[in-house]
Unconditional design. Structure first.
Length: 426
RNA sequence: GGAGAGAUGGCCGAGUGGUCGAAGGCGCACCCCUGCUAAGGGUGUAGGGACCAAAAGUUCCUCGAGGGUUCGAAUCCCUCUCUCUCCGCCA
């Protein structure tokens, strides 16, 4: 959510910022609604004050033993007025709330202009794509020949966009997640958390997936209503929902390994082959809750933590700053990490690191007590994949493949693989 | 799944229709007193919103959530959620 005060006082500046995303802010609509809200609220407050003082007068009169019957009629009239204006206010307020929940976050000034991913800006590059002395295969072919990736089996179980992993490949998948968790907890100061995979509507509203992106989620028919998490960002960031954090506790750094579930409605026909785009995938997620002044630096650090995974795996990658039109709904600034995939001959997203500033914090009522003001103020939240496990598996299979169809196990993963140095049929 | 008990401010805990946003205690902060790592005294101590350029001030809302009754609800009624105890079942 945007700062309502800013929206009220500088709607033109807000509109200019959001226009960079291609989002048209309807200032006139907001002004009209806001004026109605203000009028209703002032009137409602005034009437309630009148009712309260009248009720006290009734109580006082009764305490004196006076006849209160004559006061009742006025009280009833006041009660009716309060009910009427309250109802009116509730309607306007709700409309305003819904509208505001649909506004994306303001962009950081450093975000490059552009309408879509073609305008994203490469920030840096690490490692060189390997030169193959044979025609590199993609992970689907490699996985099949290792008898480790089975999309047919998955489709019999669940339909399209699922996978069954087997043997060494399944173990490599697990090894990747374990390695990442250990790296972030040991080297980067994150606390491991285990969180629910099913969350409420309120939780998803807190991080911004709802109300706007319900079609991307899997809802579970259950009372109360629950959704499968599309990313651990949702439960982990919401750990601070409705909380006021003491300043000395910040920054909070959490890492979680969870499955993620996305219906990806509207993605039909995109990346239909292989593990790249699935309804279910694992991810190791980094979340930081920081003081507002620190979030810029925290994004750089968090991105570095995600990069460290790829560096340790010796996978070639590049860091890309997302442009205004490609950046996510709740993010002020985002870096994507793209890993080199020999099977596709291009870099593909494997991590997305975002600074959401106070956007989620305002929705979640997540605050810290600012020593400078003594008041509770929204914290800043950041999240990033550190990294997507399924795509990391793809990257390892493709980058470490050998001419004979086997796959070398990256050095850092061997302790997690029982010491084996290569994947064969298992 | 069955039975029961609960949900009040940072914590504990009082409060069954009126001046209660809420006694008392603890904790915390500041001050006073005290010649000493004690004791005592005082003051303060929730969050959100509105009006206002802002401060001050005024005012509204919040006692798990949502409805209802009433001139007036922490208090009465209904629904829901969560927690705890016991039984059953289960990993």
């Amino acid at each position: 959510m945007l700062d309502p005060k800013l929206l009220r006082t500088e709607p033109e500046a807000v509109a200019r910022n959001l226009a960079r995303r291609g989002f048209a802010l309807d200032i006139a609509f907001f002004r009209t609604l806001e004026e109605r809200r203000k009028a209703c609220q002032i009137e409602a407050d005034r009437l309630r004050a009148a009712r309260n003082s009248h009720s006290k007068a009734v109580g006082a009169a009764r305490a004196r033993g006076e006849d209160i019957a004559p006061l009742m009629a006025h009280g009833e009239a006041l009660a009716a007025d309060v009910a009427r204006v309250d109802a009116e206010l509730a309607v306007v307020q709700d409309e305003l709330d819904q509208w505001q929940l649909g506004l994306p976050n303001l962009l950081d000034a450093g975000v490059p202009d552009g309408r879509d991913e073609s305008a994203n800006v490469e920030v840096r590059r690490s490692g060189e794509p390997r030169q193959f002395d044979f025609e590199p295969r993609d992970h689907v072919a490699i996985g099949a020949s290792l008898d480790g990736l089975d999309f047919d089996a998955a489709s019999r179980l669940s339909g399209a966009r699922f996978a069954v992993l087997r043997g060494h490949v399944a173990r490599l998948h697990r090894a990747l997640a374990q390695f990442m968790l250990d790296l972030h907890t040991r080297e980067h100061g994150y606390t491991e958390v285990y969180v629910p995979y099913l969350v409420s509507r309120a939780t998803l509203t807190g991080t911004g997936q709802l109300p706007k992106f319900e079609q991307d989620l899997f809802a579970v028919p259950h009372d109360p209503e629950l959704f499968l998490i599309p990313t651990a960002e949702v439960p982990v960031t919401n750990l601070v929902r409705d909380r006021i954090v003491a300043p000395e506790q910040l920054p909070l750094r959490y890492v979680a390994h969870t499955p993620c579930f996305r219906s990806e409605a509207g993605a039909h026909g995109k990346d239909t082959r292989g593990l790249i785009r699935q309804h279910q995938f694992d991810k190791v997620e980094l979340v930081q809750i920081v003081r507002p002044a620190d979030s810029g630096a925290a994004l750089e650090a968090l991105t570095g933590h995600a990069e460290a995974v790829l560096a340790a795996l010796q996978l070639p990658y590049r860091v890309v700053a997302l442009c205004a039109g490609d950046i996510g709904f709740g993010s002020a600034k985002t870096y994507d990490l793209e890993v080199w995939l020999p099977g596709q001959g291009r870099y593909r997203e494997i991590s997305s690191c975002s600074n959401c500033e106070a956007f989620q914090a305002r929705r979640m009522q997540a605050r810290w007590r600012n020593p400078a003001t003594g008041k509770p103020e929204p914290v800043h939240t950041l999240n990033g994949s550190g990294v997507a496990v399924g795509r990391a598996l793809v990257a390892v299979l493709e980058n470490y493949q050998r001419a004979d169809g086997s796959v070398t196990v990256p050095e850092v993963l061997r302790p997690y693989m029982g010491g084996i140095g290569q994947l064969g049929r298992s």
